[in-house]
Write a new protein. Structure first.
Lengths: 164, 785
């Protein structure tokens, strides 16, 4: 028996559409989307760096737009399409962004990478050939401590070129 | 020497794992029945613990164990000379965040509620919050019960050569004072550890840079032999030196797993990470240098005072490092170093990228700039005149083998157009150089064993390399795979790796001091060449030719495929395993303290920063940075570039905004929003030049890349600000208000600078005088001194 039940935690049934698969889950109402993805759905590709909406590491897409999963409750995103890094590849084939990040060394420790890939995907969907400054603007909410950002910018440009 | 895979910009071996989110970091693990651990930490910077009452916490449903210092009384610490930490303190707390009690519960919220239910009675003591306060007699009591006088932790005083004579010979002598503020690593991944206890054995997965040192600390504190403990490095979300100590939470989850028989996990909150710290020491520095009228250095006297925080950590080594590497870039014929580290009631400082050397590098580079201006010599020219030469020994007994300082300088000066720079108002360019170790020449604890070992197994076509090295994102796994592949005629992707697991891999001391490529790389070459010899011998026997006729390349050994060659060799020799190891040469000088500074090789960097600074607002916009780095040989230029760019980024953050500051014992900015770091919008273009000097001892000539390129950035920023506005900012971070204040002083006719006014009086001991070594190194005997 879960002890949180003893403490009268309100639980809700939520239906989440994640990476094209629908799941029905019973979760404490205050548990964040980040926690539900990682702990209840084992989608641990989504990382956490601050859990306060400051670092961008937990970025997922909600209807194609980047959102911070640490600041969302699952009940807010029911009936919306959620994409995590696990949903980026097409079958066994990498998304062009993933391919470019791998080739150019844009992931070092890799911890910020899932969030950055998703922010970049959203950008390229609304602006297929962004300038370097437009990429910087779109990714300003995603911190990375390893790369100095240079290889990430180059990888997004490479992917944009290939997707054109 | 031609290579098949070395020197190629190949994709990392773990690239796909990382871009698909499949790398398993410690906090991603959640085995069945995992208990969550929370740690109760001190709210006071300095206090005695009168009593701890855990009874209410123990009664909460869902709480399975509560432990305090009485359960883990044995002290530990990374350095053998400073075993001053406890996993849980039960007598005294020394900084806000010092751990006191820990809870294992069925979920995180219950664990947090249980921590709230623990009542601790404190006798609050006067906190010591600055270097100056630490030098004075404490109002209540000393922070630690060793060191001294007062709250001094360590004092060092060394003299090499005739310093007084050098100053007498000088045509010009200058003194300056500088301050480098502390800052922290801010890895994207919070520290996390998870332990199990099965069959009387502890297994710990942790986001650590040093599985071996964690292994040792666990054995000591848990009182278990090392063969009953297994430490595994989980996928690593960034360290930069911040995960190089054994940490309380690693010991705590192991103990709680032993008590409960269930997996126990602890992931620090971001705020806890700021308090765990072990980051850059704040260092106050005084330097006095004598030069001839041509700008040649005749003598240097360098003093440092380090604010160490509450515990030893790496601090003794950090103290020596603030005086060690000045001589590795400039030929200083006589050198005196006096260092001091104090304890304060703040989170302990330790190693951050560059460990103890970015601070003196900042001071030294700006000090020489000022001397050049005094003498009317171009600063780049003055520095060049003093560059060390390859194959020499420094006055403080450091062995310089390869040295690409001239070439690095030439690259950045010429590419940036430094000499022809525009003179528009507020625009400036600055130049600085640096050097760093390719691994510390001595281990943390004294021993004669190798620093790195690699085993290779070939099994019917498969190749597996085993090494304790921990890939923290820098790409050490890719380097190992590349080296083994090169020697066996394969591609890196053909080599399976098992790393950073104390049960299955031979020792590597860990990812610190930029040692892995150099040391594990050399061990891998030895192991792989032994394996290649067996494969070649078996194929030569089959082809009935001499072994010298067998070529190893392109997946073939002689005329047969690698697969077939491995089968021939297995038939001939039985199980195919080889091993290699690397022990750095014994090149430390004949004096106490000589263990810090020697490295089998030094990397070199040169940097130019171009910026615009607004005289009204003090705002700085960095336009571009040129960096050249002598890496010896780039085993993978893509990874080297990544390390160089990342170092420049971190150095620029330290120069402009990163700052670990305290108010009333509390961290002022323990969040990623308030602790400023560069975003995509702040980072300028970086143009990187890789310089290859092919070091005689490095693997294929390689040296380090991950730390050295950080060092020249802060002084180059300040030199550029002087170039732009005519004011010296003698401390980092260079915030707009410091620039505005320096300009205000300039207009009032005061010295046009912002920085510390004076260096405190420190009771340094009398200097130990050391005779310098012969200067030139015998080319034929580079490894012996």
């Amino acid at each position: 028996m879960k002890h949180e039940m003893l403490r009268d935690v309100e639980r809700v049934v939520v239906t989440l559409d994640v990476n094209g698969e629908r799941s029905e889950l019973l979760v404490p109402v205050h548990k964040t989307l980040l926690e539900v993805l990682r702990e209840d759905m084992q989608l641990t590709g989504t990382k956490h760096g601050c859990e306060l909406g400051e670092c961008g590491t937990c970025t997922v897409l909600v209807d194609g737009k980047p959102e911070l999963s640490c600041l969302l409750l699952p009940i807010q995103v029911e009936r919306h399409a959620i994409t995590t890094v696990e949903g980026l590849a097409i079958g066994a084939e990498l998304h062009p962004l993933q391919q470019a990040f791998a080739e150019l060394g844009a992931a070092q420790c890799g911890y910020c990478t899932p969030g950055i890939l998703l922010s970049a995907k959203s950008l390229l969907e609304s602006n297929a050939q962004p300038s370097r400054d437009e990429i910087r603007e779109a990714l300003a909410g995603n911190l990375c401590r390893c790369t100095g950002y240079t290889k990430i910018l180059e990888a997004i440009e490479l992917a944009a070129g290939r997707m054109a | 020497m031609t290579f098949e895979v070395v020197g190629k910009p190949l994709q990392r071996v773990d690239a796909v794992t990382k871009v698909t989110g499949r790398a398993i970091y410690a906090d991603d693990m959640l085995p069945a029945r995992t208990l969550h651990c929370r740690i109760l930490r001190s709210p006071h910077p300095h206090a005695r613990i009168v009593s701890i009452d855990t009874s209410a916490a123990r009664r909460l449903p869902g709480v399975l164990a509560v432990i305090t210092g009485a359960d883990l009384p044995i002290k530990f610490g990374i350095l053998p000379v400073t075993q001053d930490e406890r996993a849980l303190e039960h007598e005294k707390v020394r900084y806000v965040g010092d751990p006191i009690a820990a809870v294992a519960a069925t979920d995180e919220e219950i664990a947090a509620a249980a921590c709230d239910a623990i009542s601790v009675e404190y006798e609050v003591l006067d906190p010591v919050m600055s270097i100056e306060e630490a030098l004075e007699a404490p109002k209540d009591e000393r922070i630690q019960d060793y060191g001294g006088p007062h709250n001094i932790h360590k004092l060092v005083a060394l003299e090499f050569g005739d310093v007084e004579g050098g100053f007498t010979r000088a045509d010009h002598v200058r003194e300056d004072v500088f301050f480098f503020q502390g800052n922290t690593h801010l890895p994207m991944e919070q520290h996390s550890a998870i332990a199990t206890y099965v069959d009387g054995r502890v297994t710990l997965w942790s986001s650590t840079q040093v599985v071996h040192y964690v292994h040792r600390a666990l054995s000591k504190v848990l009182e278990l032999p090392m063969n009953r403990i297994r430490v595994i490095g989980a996928a690593h979300g960034g360290g930069f030196g911040g995960k190089t100590d054994p940490f309380a939470h690693e010991i705590i989850v192991s103990k709680l797993a032993m008590l409960t028989g269930r997996p126990v996990k602890c992931t620090l909150t971001r705020e806890e990470v700021f308090y765990a710290h072990r980051g850059r020491h704040p260092v106050l520095m005084w330097v006095r240098t004598g030069v001839t009228r041509d700008g040649l250095i005749t003598a240097m006297h360098f003093r440092t005072a380090l604010d160490g925080g509450a515990y030893g950590s790496y601090g003794v080594a950090s103290t020596f490092y603030t005086g060690a590497l000045q001589t590795v870039t400039y030929d200083i014929p006589a050198y005196r170093f006096e260092g001091c580290r104090v304890f304060t009631n703040k989170p302990p400082c330790g190693p951050k990228r560059g460990h103890g050397t970015p601070q003196p590098r900042f001071a030294l580079e700006l000090h020489l700039e000022k001397i050049a201006h005094d003498l009317g010599i171009d600063p780049v020219d003055l520095k060049r005149r003093n560059f060390v030469k390859p194959m020499t020994r420094t006055v403080n007994w450091l062995r310089v083998t390869s040295c690409g300082l001239d070439e690095c300088t030439e690259k950045v000066i010429s590419a940036s157009g430094f000499a022809r720079r525009s003179r528009r108002p507020g625009h400036g360019m600055g130049f600085a150089i640096s050097s760093y170790l390719s691994g510390a020449g001595t281990a943390i604890y004294w021993n004669d064993m190798p620093h790195s070992e690699v085993q290779i197994k070939v099994d019917r076509g498969g190749v597996t390399a085993y090494c304790g090295a921990m890939d923290i994102g820098q790409g050490s796994d890719s380097v190992l795979a590349t080296i083994v592949a090169e020697e066996l005629g394969l591609q890196p992707a053909d080599v399976r790796l098992v790393t950073a697991d104390t049960d299955t891999t031979p020792i590597d001391l860990g990812s610190y001091s930029s040692r892995v490529t150099f040391m594990a790389g050399n061990a891998a070459i030895e192991a792989a060449r032994k394996m290649r010899a067996m494969l070649v011998e078996a194929v030569a026997a089959k082809q009935a030719c001499d072994v010298s006729a067998i070529r190893v390349r392109g997946g073939h050994i002689g005329e047969v495929s690698f697969q077939e060659a491995s089968e021939l060799a297995e038939a001939r020799f039985g199980a195919l395993t080889t091993a290699g190891s690397y022990t750095p040469p014994k090149i430390a000088g004949p004096f106490k303290g000589s263990g810090v500074g020697p490295s089998p090789a030094y990397s070199y960097s040169a940097c130019v920063v171009d910026l615009d600074a607004d005289a009204r607002t003090g705002l700085v916009k960095v336009n571009k940075i040129w960096i050249a780095h002598d890496v010896g040989r780039a085993i993978n230029p893509l990874l080297v570039q990544g390390q160089v760019e990342g170092s420049v980024y971190m150095g620029l953050g330290e120069a402009l905004m990163e700052e670990q500051a305290f108010r009333k014992g509390l961290h002022k900015w323990p969040s990623m929003l308030e602790y400023k770091s560069l975003t995509f919008l702040d980072m300028p273009e970086v143009e990187t030049f890789i310089v290859e000097t092919v070091d005689p001892e490095g693997p294929y000539g390689a040296k380090e890349a991950g730390q050295g390129p950080l060092l020249p950035v802060p002084p180059a920023v300040c030199a550029a600000i002087y170039d732009a506005l005519g004011v010296w900012i003698d401390e980092v971070p260079v915030t707009p208000e410091k620039i505005v204040e320096a300009l205000r002083r300039k207009t009032k006719g005061q010295p046009a600078r912002f920085g510390p006014a004076r260096f405190p009086t420190i009771p340094y001991p009398s200097t130990i005088k050391v005779e310098p070594p012969p200067k030139n190194l015998d080319h034929a005997a580079a490894s012996s001194i």
